[in-house]
Design a protein around this ligand. Structure first.
Ligand code: PFF
Length: 461
């Protein structure tokens, strides 16, 4: 039984438009800023392998589920979940899943915007040639100088939030579709140039071995959680962003093919970023586990040494800003779509309201790098907590609920009707979603909270 619903926010012009927009959401700071620094903090190879495993066996099936739910419901995540639950004779309280997503999106954007602000500031520096011939030491102190002053960070954070809300207020289609078509391929080319430079920089072999030689003794339960959480974060899963984009997806597009292309593009960008950065890290005697500042303290050194460095640096930070921008838009779109559907206020007004709320929460992250840097709870700053709670708790939890709904609550006829795959593909999706994805996420979560050891001990194992 095919369900014919229309989204009140419009539709993508076709398959490519959806792939580009979803890739725009997926590829962002997560790939270029976060992946290298968490890979560095968690020892490299084994972590990377686990992350790839999570993308393939957990991320892709859950992403297919999320797009499918979005397309079938055709509303914001909260109303989509309520409608679908009623349709499947389940409890309408499933709409809480939508709520969690809306909240997670706002919390993520609150800090995402601060980091995107760093990229804005570095773009300005790149254009003015600040990185010309910069040493590793100066690059470090330059970064320290930026994050040390809260009002500068606040300024850039404010600018980025205004840019984001501007696009959201116009509606995510149109401008976004066009921008992403051009910028994603450009980003890929620039990353390839950076990898080419890294190959010549001397420490390429060391960088590659750090990134790809797996030593599982370096892997703790916490790093497993980080790798898994990052698979959700980088694919924009578990919070309704992809569900909202799926709700604008035309009926005839194949969800599985679209999702696989998005995941491949996203993974390629992250791996290329890693391959560009770690050789520079080792060639300059820097610390791979130095944290969130990693790309900002390493890439300028490379730009400072290469020919036409000013141009490459400007281009790189510009593209990074665009990548962050297209992701940021998808982070608030669920909240804005919900507010419009709920209150019928204008898109502009809804965008301003959500923008202000997110901006305000972001101030906590701004302070985390300076005046609140020592104000830690269990060793984590405000920013650390935001990141941990969203990426490592809310997204995987949301993802599991999406998987449970798609593969356990929804009837087989509904999901096979919506996914329209061959029998083999459908069975594989169903097996991965119904069992593997859910069990893996739960095991990692139980291990980190100590619950798993408790259960095993009780069982006498
Ligand atoms: N996937 C984005 C990135 O890797 O930068 C971040 C993100 C966007 C996470 C949208 C979640 C989301 F809903």
């Amino acid at each position: 039984m095919s369900v014919q619903r229309e989204s009140m926010h419009g539709m993508w012009s076709g398959r490519l438009a959806f792939i580009l927009a979803a890739t725009g959401s997926a590829v962002g700071l997560g790939n270029i800023w976060k992946f290298p620094y968490i890979a560095g903090e968690n020892g490299g190879g084994a972590f990377v392998l686990l992350y790839l495993f999570c993308i393939a066996l957990i991320g892709i099936p859950i992403m297919m589920s999320e797009v499918m739910l979005g397309r079938r419901g055709r509303q914001n995540p909260i109303n989509t979940m309520r409608t679908l639950a009623l349709e499947e004779n389940a409890r309408p309280s499933w709409h809480w899943l939508g709520w969690m997503g809306v909240i997670a999106g706002i919390l993520i954007l609150s800090y995402y915007s601060v980091i995107a602000g760093w990229a804005l500031s570095y773009f300005k520096d790149a254009v003015f040639g600040t990185f010309d011939g910069i040493s590793a030491e100066t690059a470090g102190s330059h970064f320290g100088g930026l994050v040390g002053s809260w009002w500068v960070l606040l300024l850039w954070h404010t600018l980025f939030m205004m840019m984001t809300m501007f696009v959201v207020s116009k509606g995510v289609r149109g401008g976004l579709e066009r921008a992403v078509t051009l910028l994603m391929p450009a980003l890929l080319v620039l990353l390839l140039i950076m990898v080419g430079y890294a190959m010549k920089s001397g420490a390429f072999a060391q960088g590659m071995s750090f990134l790809f030689d797996a030593d599982f003794s370096k892997l703790s339960p916490e790093s497993a959680l980080t790798a898994m959480g990052h698979a959700f974060f980088t694919l924009s899963l578990g919070m309704g962003a992809i569900m909202v984009y799926g709700s604008y997806l035309p009926e005839k597009v194949s969800i599985s093919k679209a999702v696989i292309s998005i995941a491949l593009a996203d993974t390629a960008v992250a791996l290329l970023a890693g391959m560009a950065i770690f050789p520079i890290v080792f060639a300059n005697g820097l610390e791979p586990g130095s944290g969130p500042g990693l790309i900002f303290t390493t890439l300028p050194i490379a730009f400072g040494q290469m020919p036409f460095g000013v141009i490459f640096a400007s281009l790189f930070f510009l593209l990074l800003i665009f990548a962050a921008w297209s992701s940021a838009i998808s982070l608030v779109e669920p909240a804005v779509a919900w507010l419009i559907e709920k209150t019928h206020i204008s898109r502009l007004r809804a965008s301003v309201l959500m923008g202000l709320l997110t901006w305000f929460i972001g101030i906590g992250t701004v302070f985390s790098f300076n005046i609140w840097a020592e104000a830690k709870v269990s060793g984590k700053t405000f920013f650390d907590w935001m990141d941990y709670l969203t990426a490592n708790v809310m997204l995987p939890f949301g993802g599991v609920l999406i998987a449970i709904f798609a593969a356990w609550v929804m009837r087989k006829e509904s999901s096979s009707d919506e996914l329209k795959m061959g029998a083999m593909g459908y069975s594989l999706w169903r097996f991965l979603t119904r069992y593997l994805a859910i069990i893996c996420v739960l095991i990692v979560m139980m291990k980190v909270t100590g619950l798993l050891d408790l259960v095993l001990a009780k069982a006498g194992l």
